[in-house]
Design a protein around this ligand. Structure first.
Ligand SMILES: Nc1ncnc2c1ncn2[C@@H]1O[C@H](COP(=O)(O)OP(=O)(O)OP(=O)(O)O)[C@@H](O)[C@H]1O
Length: 972
């Protein structure tokens, strides 16, 4: 039965205006964009023809896929060059209708089509599989060669260009790299390498010369950090059946009528079919995403799959003139992606031109500016004689649209400096000093990486569908770093204003860490105003992962590539944060030391001419304001939705420390480690979670700590539903193995550091009380590297106790302790529970549990096999041992009693052991005495160990799942 949930008050008052406001603003905005576009086109009459092309499902396959296409035919007397137009991810051919009409009205035949798996096209999404989507584009070129309206360069070889944004942009590049018939290609806001885009790592071993610094980094180090926010949005858009909505299309005109899903045969989802969760994705793509999303790291197979789906795999073969248009507001595919593609094409002798524009996935996708650049390029290169691309480089310097004196400026440089080298990039050095005064700063990552820093809002820009930079508008309001989690290094105030165009690198020394996940950091370049306001340009961060090392490691980190003007009097701040909510950060707690190697940063600029003619201040102010408003409302709705989730409270349980109901966990390999676990812990209890190896104890506790997500069931802490990062987790103190203490700091300093990372005042830590209970004595002021294993364990327990949490959860706290230390630990836990708080502890030391815990839950093979008080558990089973004068007669008498099970006489001691079942031992004694037998003692010899072995032994031997049993007083 669903439980009543507490909703934040005022919901019904707020919801309607927000929704109405959103609808009105989106309609206004779309009308505005449509109006802008229609005035720009319609110079030549255009007619359209609907076409369905059948292509093989895969190489050598007998089954086929149907591609739904529209051919746009300009009313021109001669055969015309053609363009294949590909749409963005989650869109379909209708998404590029406006752009297609515009190109056709300029005299080009345009074929726009829905990629396989999108719109009315059949098949599955292969993420630009070279053998499928890319082969489809080549098949469409074959088709264009048969159309009489299309100009041919040779039989079967039409004069043709390919263009697209985002998903379509990568397709355009990959088609150009595999089909020499293509005469020009234009790719907007797209990736070079999906591995680098989705698992970025902007660091490389210092001195390796790896990251190229002008104007954007193009090289990555090893395994990166999953860009969880964007990856989820990207893959979520394809996980729905066709026609189910969910477009995140940022690579096409959003003004046209959406035909998403029209006529498409939406697959019928069968929940029992594992493929159902894959929606429209090809199963290999789906599996690749699922394993990386769960593990946070790509498997070698995923890396290879993403490599094949990337323009980087074919860029060296692109010979047609290429235009790369990349967005300056794009936390999905940053400027460095176009930079890498440009370098690869140029290195192989191809001709390439680069444009950076004030847009991108965080600002409504491509938009009119990018589309116009693409149209000019295609018309220029397809209608005249083929000629190399113009080497110039254009970019936009965003101004403040509310300030007419500081307008956005369009700038053109003679060459793209990424290709012409360092010589074209001026650099100015700024000295940076550590914000704390000490060269090395120590920052912490809290357990569960929660709370997390916020740098940008993936998807909000494309949600608004507008230019103007939703993330930029919202960033200063909502983004932020957390105290204790950020190391910062700042410059003196700048004497003059300075324009950053591109990226820079700096050497940083981090670590040491032996954690398997290595060190993960997020590097940022802030513009700090004189009143201390920090602006993170375009919400961009550089994710960095440094391999584990027992000694500090120096790496070269590339800061994000930006265009940004820093005003005179402002400071530059380079910051390193341990968390970012858009990335899959390791959840284990860690303390990380960070130092700049030479304390300087050299920021680049690209000398360029201002070509701004007349700037439409009024529409931009209006559109930007609308974008900001729409985005603000969208974020408000998101925040409210999150609050609602966070406020998922069962009022009947607000006094109960923990209630776990029907909890289950399937790991990525399909193994069900926890299967329908339910139990409850009351205030003041010390509950022991017992079970043999592999029983599912750690998995259960990790779900409770919010470190992993349950597959089913619920966990309520004081009535609040637990989810990763849920605020109620602040009432829970937890101990997990490998607490990541910094060895050269004292125990006390480590605890203070850890507490600062939670963002809460030091006074709330109750440091002395936690230390007192953990009984570390004066050792707390010694360096941790001098601690014994037992002292480290106790320090970790003290860490779990900081803030005196109402519920403390400890996973195997006695591991590695010697008997006296185990005894100390026992006292610590008992004392803690006596303060009116609650302890949940997993252990395999049964004698310890028996002496420490008031209650026990026994798990085996993922299920609860018994639960109750320790006395109940011991008392409810096991034989009673009678010492009598005539053992054989006593055994006979007991056997005749109702409900009594096995009765045996111990030949050595003469004791009679009887399984009394429900029979009261007092009744048994009275019966014996009445029968003339002298009873000198009756006792239960059972210890928890016996019960435990009895509960798990048979089952362990047979390999079957045991049936749960509940002792009296148990609440399983
Ligand atoms: N990430 C994972 N992927 C797949 N299986 C896993 C994963 N983590 C744990 N398991 C499996 O789940 C089962 C339960 O593991 P868990 O660590 O929860 O047990 P446990 O009761 O804590 O055991 P132990 O006392 O040995 O730590 C084990 O069979 C384990 O191999």
């Amino acid at each position: 039965m669903p439980r009543p949930r507490v909703r934040p008050s005022g919901r019904s008052l707020l919801a309607r205006p927000v929704v109405i406001g959103l609808v009105v603003l989106v309609v206004l905005a779309i009308v505005g964009v449509v109006a802008l576009r229609t005035t720009a086109s319609d110079t030549t009459a255009v007619r359209t023809e609907e076409v369905v092309r059948e292509v093989p499902e895969g190489p050598g396959s007998s089954s086929t896929v149907q591609l739904d296409a529209t051919v746009y035919l300009p009313d021109v007397p001669e055969p015309a060059p053609a363009v294949i137009l590909a749409h963005g991810f989650g869109g379909d051919k209708s998404s590029v209708d406006g752009q297609a009409r515009d190109l056709a009205s300029r005299g080009l035949v345009v074929l726009a089509y829905s990629a396989r798996g999108f719109g009315a096209s059949t098949g599955r999404i292969g993420l630009n599989d070279p053998d499928r989507e890319v082969a489809d584009a080549r098949a469409l070129i074959d088709y264009l060669a048969t159309r009489p309206e299309v100009r041919l360069d040779a039989p079967g070889d039409p004069r043709v260009g390919v263009a697209g944004g985002s998903y379509g942009g990568a397709l355009a590049l990959m088609a150009a790299g595999t089909d020499p018939r293509i005469d020009a290609d234009a790719a907007s806001i797209t990736w070079n390498d999906l591995n680098q885009s989705l698992f970025p790592n902007y660091s490389a071993a210092a001195g390796s010369g790896a990251p190229t610094t002008t104007p954007a980094p193009s090289e990555n180090g090893d395994a990166g950090v999953l860009k969880r926010g964007w990856a989820g949005i990207f893959f979520g858009a394809g996980a729905l059946p066709a026609g189910a909505g969910g477009s995140t299309d940022a690579g096409g005109d959003t003004s046209g009528p959406s035909a998403a899903g029209q006529g498409a045969a939406a697959p019928v989802l069968d929940p029992s079919d594992p493929a159902a969760a894959c929606g429209r994705f090809a199963l290999n793509v789906c599996a690749a995403y699922a394993t990386s999303a769960v593990g946070g790291q790509p498997s070698p197979e995923t890396t290879e799959l993403l490599r094949q789906r990337s323009p980087s795999s074919v860029a060296a073969s692109i010979t047609a003139p290429t235009l790369l248009v990349q967005g300056q507001r794009d936390t999905l595919f940053g400027l460095e992606q176009a930079d890498a593609t440009a370098r690869q094409i140029a290195d192989a002798g191809g001709s390439v031109q680069v444009r950076w524009f004030d847009g991108g996935h965080d600002a409504g996708g491509t938009g009119p500016v990018a589309d116009a650049a693409v149209a000019d390029f295609l018309v220029d290169h397809l209608t005249g004689d083929p000629h190399p691309a113009d080497p110039s480089f254009a970019y936009t310097l965003a101004g403040d649209p509310t300030d007419q004196g500081d307008r956005a400026r369009d700038l053109v440089a003679a060459r793209y400096p990424g290709l012409s080298g360092e010589a074209d990039t001026e650099r100015t050095e700024f000295a940076l000093t550590s914000a704390t005064g000490t060269p090395t700063q120590i920052i912490a990552r809290p357990p569960g990486a929660s709370p997390s820093a916020v740098s940008s809002f993936p998807g909000v820009g494309s949600l608004s569908g507008l230019p103007g930079g939703a993330s930029d508008a919202l960033g200063p309001l909502l983004a932020g770093d957390l105290p204790g989690q950020t190391a910062s290094f700042v410059s003196e105030p700048l004497e003059r204003s300075y324009t950053v165009t591109g990226s820079t690198t700096l050497d940083v020394t981090v670590g040491p860490t032996t954690a398997e996940s290595g060190t993960v950091l997020f590097a940022k370049l802030y513009d700090v105003s004189d009143d201390g306001r920090r602006t993170l340009p375009s919400g961009l961060v550089s994710a960095v992962r440094v391999a584990p090392s027992a000694t500090p490691t120096t790496v070269t980190v590339s800061l994000p590539a930006i265009t940004h003007q820093i005003a005179a009097g402002h400071r530059i701040e380079v910051a390193f944060a341990t968390t970012d909510q858009n990335y899959a950060v390791p959840l284990e707690p860690a303390a990380i030391s960070v130092a700049l190697t030479d304390g300087r940063v050299a920021l680049p600029t690209v000398p360029a001419e201002n070509t701004t003619s007349s700037f439409p201040v009024v529409p931009v102010v209006g559109i930007t304001a609308l974008a900001a408003l729409v985005a603000a409302l969208a974020v408000a709705a998101t925040v409210r939705a999150r609050r609602r989730t966070a406020a998922d409270v069962d009022p009947a349980l607000t006094d109960v420390p923990l209630v776990i109901t029907d909890l289950a966990k399937n790991y990525a390999n399909g193994f069900r480690a926890v299967d329908g676990v339910s139990f409850r812990v009351e205030t003041g209890q010390v509950l022991g979670l017992l079970g043999p190896n592999g029983a599912g104890k750690t998995t259960t506790l990790r779900m409770l700590m919010g470190l992993i997500t349950p597959s089913a069931g619920s966990i309520r802490v004081f009535g609040h539903a637990v989810t990763p990062g849920a605020p109620v987790l602040s009432r829970l103190g937890s101990f997990v193995e490998g607490s990541g203490f910094l060895p050269h700091l004292s125990g006390r300093d480590n605890l203070e550091l850890y507490w600062r990372a939670t963002g809460r005042p030091l006074a709330d830590a109750h440091l002395e009380e936690a230390l007192d209970i953990a009984d570390l004595g004066r050792s707390v002021d010694r360096k941790v590297k001098s601690y014994s294993q037992g002292m480290r364990q106790r320090l970790a327990i003290a860490q779990a106790m900081l803030g005196l949490p109402d519920l403390m959860v400890l996973d195997e706290p006695t591991n590695g302790l010697d008997p006296p230390q185990i005894r100390t630990m026992r006292d610590v836990l008992i004392r803690y529970a006596r303060t009116g708080r609650t302890v949940l502890v997993s252990s395999h030391l049964l004698a310890e549990v028996e002496q420490t815990c008031t209650h026990v839950v026994v798990m085996n093979k993922g299920v609860v096999v018994s639960a109750g008080t320790v006395e109940d558990l011991i008392g409810a089973s096991g034989p009673v041992e009678f010492r009598v004068d005539r053992p054989a007669d006593a055994a006979e008498v007991l056997r005749r009693l109702d409900g009594v099970g096995e009765v045996v006489v111990d030949e050595d001691t003469g004791a009679v052991k009887a399984q009394l079942g429900a029979t009261d031992p007092a009744v048994a004694i009275r019966t014996l005495v009445t029968g003339g037998i002298a009873v000198s003692s009756a006792s239960r010899s059972t210890r928890l160990e016996d019960v435990f072995l009895e509960l798990v032994h048979d089952d362990t031997a047979s390999g079957d799942r045991p049936e749960p049993t509940t002792t009296s007083g148990a609440r399983a």
